[in-house]
Ligand binder design. Structure first.
Ligand code: HEM
Length: 153
């Protein structure tokens, strides 16, 4: 059997990352997460300086993005890498803070079994964004879960 389902004309796999996740939950996740981001001293500033769109438009875009990623709806057509390349310096700690707040928000809204799956997805995307901003071939992507644990000690 081919490894390329599209060639066989099959439908894309639309299986959610976890069966408990739905669009209403994603909407709450995005609203609550970005409310925290905006209130965060450093991340709030990075967003205030880096935003081209206004907040309602950004939130709608992010909901479509997370539905695409977590529910596999395929509706998000943007390009996250260039959107982050044009921002002022984002440090490894900024990514860590972002992921930490994302974990807190996901844990407060989702069933415990779904949280690690959602976190893994966010970490994977954070790693691509981090790598794009750290093109040194010797740069090693941080292990985000270890960074969070180290900070919690
Ligand atoms: C410290 C970390 C981060 C900062 C400071 C940051 C900041 C931003 C800013 C300022 C924008 C642009 C909004 C606009 O164009 O108006 C943006 C867009 C976006 N961000 Fe992030 N971001 C971070 C991490 C992440 C992570 C980890 C993800 C995914 C897991 C993510 C996903 C996205 C997506 C999908 C967009 C929309 C891109 C587009 O289609 O234009 N971001 N971010």
């Amino acid at each position: 059997m081919s490894d390329f389902p599209i060639i066989q004309g099959q439908k894309a796999d639309r299986t959610p990352v976890h069966p408990s996740i739905d669009a209403a939950q994603i909407s709450a996740l995005v609203d609550q997460f970005y409310a925290k981001v905006r209130a965060h001293e450093r991340l709030g500033l990075l967003f205030a300086n880096g935003m081209e769109k206004d907040w309602p438009e950004h939130l709608e875009r992010m909901k479509a993005f997370w539905r695409s990623v977590l529910l596999k709806t395929g509706e998000y057509k943007g390009k996250p890498v260039p959107a982050h390349m044009k921002l002022e310096e984002i440090t490894t700690d900024d990514f860590n803070q972002w992921l930490q707040m994302f974990e807190e928000t996901a844990s407060s809204l989702m069933v415990p079994e779904a949280v690690p799956l959602v976190l893994k997805t966010a970490e994977r995307i954070a790693s691509s964004l981090w790598l794009a901003r750290n093109p040194d071939p010797f740069s090693k992507v941080p292990v985000w879960s270890e960074l969070r644990q180290a900070q919690a000690l």
